[in-house]
Design a protein around this ligand. Structure first.
Ligand code: ATP
Length: 472
């Protein structure tokens, strides 16, 4: 399997870059580190290229995304079942699928500065060794002919090295699904059409990891293999495209920021009869979030041929035996997290009480994706009654959702800190709450909403009923 050489996609992407977008991306990367969303892996040792760790807030965000994908894909449906396969993969699986022979990208080297690039992504920049050449001289890199570079990480199982002990870190989650197709079919007695869904890590030794987490060497996929009769493949591919676009709307990525690329003949993977790429307008260009591919019976057919084990489905009604076809919506969890952050990031100019203009940074996540759903603040930290009440309210809320308690600094600053990480609601406990300002306000708290910054007072006993429906 050779990865498709997306020359024309590359030009689409480059066309949409400008300085404001670059500055926006720099701000996003800096916010991610500063507020604990995403850190470079192994940073204190200089960083492991193409690998990223999710911090306290990033891991919550990613978990919210994966949980919601699993809910919509598996739990809300009768026709899709879950699977959680291993990362270490039998070499024969990946030989049969074509990955060992051809899961490669074309790679070129500059003979002068020794830089290495994916042949379809050579930057439009001068050679590092030719920067000092006089004006008018050719400063471009001198590239070798493209060579194929296999993207799989190979490892070894057990103590003795040898051809038989070779295993691979899976380059996609899909192959485990194909290999376990018969077991799932026999153990759950499902009928066509049905799907198997899996999310988990995949690994690709990308030649040029870039654009923050967008192209990483270790990443997570969320994949569905939806098995069907051959005559339904094309129709289901179109239907899945629509379903997946709806999903992005539900998590807060608006339809107008998504682009659909109907991948033309000659650009698709060889097993695919139809592929749609769902692309998002990242600040660094229009880039793929998910592929919806009609993979025909290619994979099950190959595994049947190479393992000698039947992969057929027996249709009780028609008494036919055949290898099902498959439609694959394959999304990247890390790319979607990045799209969520890019989409949510906003800066707005506000005039403060002293008449000065200041910038409010806010992540406008949909509440269901927000890492923290509710901030809980006592108005003052040195008033034990306020602190006790705030902790009591937090204990009540955290039974149902993610909360964050903060008692330090002015209340306005605490709101801003939560705006910056996308917390949709903050609850402030003040003297009215504990009845010190007179009985008429007794037992109410202030709820402050992130986007409008509006505040309202709600009774403690109504808090859950007021907030919880807004968080799903
Ligand atoms: P690309 O053309 O961007 O390399 P691809 O077409 O090779 O992607 P697929 O093999 O279709 O990607 O994988 C399905 C999904 O997995 C992609 O849409 C993407 O969201 C995610 N993915 C693939 N490679 C990476 C990577 N190196 N880093 C992060 N996510 C990735």
């Amino acid at each position: 399997m050779v990865r498709v050489f997306h020359i024309f996609k590359f030009f689409r992407k480059m066309a949409s870059r400008d300085t404001t977008d670059q500055q926006r991306m720099e701000k996003i990367v800096s916010l991610c580190k500063r507020r604990g969303f995403i850190y470079q892996s192994g940073e204190i040792y200089g960083g492991l290229n193409g690998c990223w760790d999710y911090g306290p807030l990033g891991s919550e965000l990613k978990k919210n995304l994966k949980d919601f994908w699993w809910k919509r894909t598996v739990r809300d449906r009768d026709d899709i079942l879950g699977l959680d396969g291993t990362i270490l993969t039998h070499q024969e699986v990946l030989k049969a699928s074509g990955h060992v022979g051809g899961f490669s990208d074309p790679m070129v080297d500059c003979k002068v500065c020794k830089s290495r690039y994916r042949a379809d992504a050579v930057p439009d920049a001068p050679c590092k060794e030719k920067l000092s050449l006089p004006k008018g001289e050719d400063k471009s890199c001198e590239l070798t002919e493209p060579r194929e570079f296999n993207l799989m990480f190979q490892t070894q199982m057990g103590a003795s090295a040898g051809a038989d002990s070779v295993a691979y870190l899976r380059p996609e989650t899909a192959q485990t699904i194909f290999v376990q197709f018969k077991n799932v079919l026999d153990s759950s007695r499902v009928k066509l059409p049905f799907g198997i869904a899996q999310m988990g890590k995949a690994f690709r030794n990308e030649i040029n990891p870039r654009n923050f987490t967008f192209r990483s060497r270790e990443f997570e996929q969320m994949e569905i293999e939806y098995f069907c009769r051959p005559e339904d493949g094309m129709r289901l591919t179109d239907e899945w495209l629509e379903k997946r676009l709806d999903f992005y709307g539900e998590i807060g990525i608006p339809r107008e920021k998504l682009h659909i690329l109907d991948v033309p003949d000659g650009e698709r993977a060889h097993y695919s009869k139809k592929t749609y790429d769902i692309e998002y307008e990242f600040p660094f260009g229009i880039q793929e979030l998910e592929g919806v591919a009609y993979r025909t019976d290619y994979d099950l057919g190959k595994h049947q041929e190479c393992s000698g084990k039947p992969m057929e489905y027996f249709d009780e009604a028609t008494k036919e035996k055949f290898i099902p076809h498959v439609v694959e919506p394959s999304a990247g969890a890390d790319r979607t997290v990045l799209a969520l952050i890019c989409e949510a990031f906003d800066e707005e100019e506000l005039t403060n009480e002293k008449g000065k203009t200041e910038t409010r940074t806010v992540l406008r996540f949909k509440p269901r994706m927000a890492p923290i759903k509710i901030g809980v603040f006592p108005l003052l930290k040195n008033k034990p009654d306020l602190v006790a009440k705030a902790k009591e309210i937090q204990a009540m809320l955290r039974e149902h959702t993610t909360t964050f308690y903060d008692e330090t600094g002015a209340i306005g600053r605490r709101y801003r800190r939560q705006d910056e990480v996308g917390t949709p609601y903050c609850v402030t406990i003040d003297f009215d709450t504990i009845g010190e300002n007179g009985p008429e306000h007794d037992g109410t708290v202030t709820i402050r909403e992130r986007d409008s910054m509006k505040q309202e007072r709600v009774k403690i006993e109504d808090l859950l009923g007021y907030l919880l429906p807004k968080l799903v």
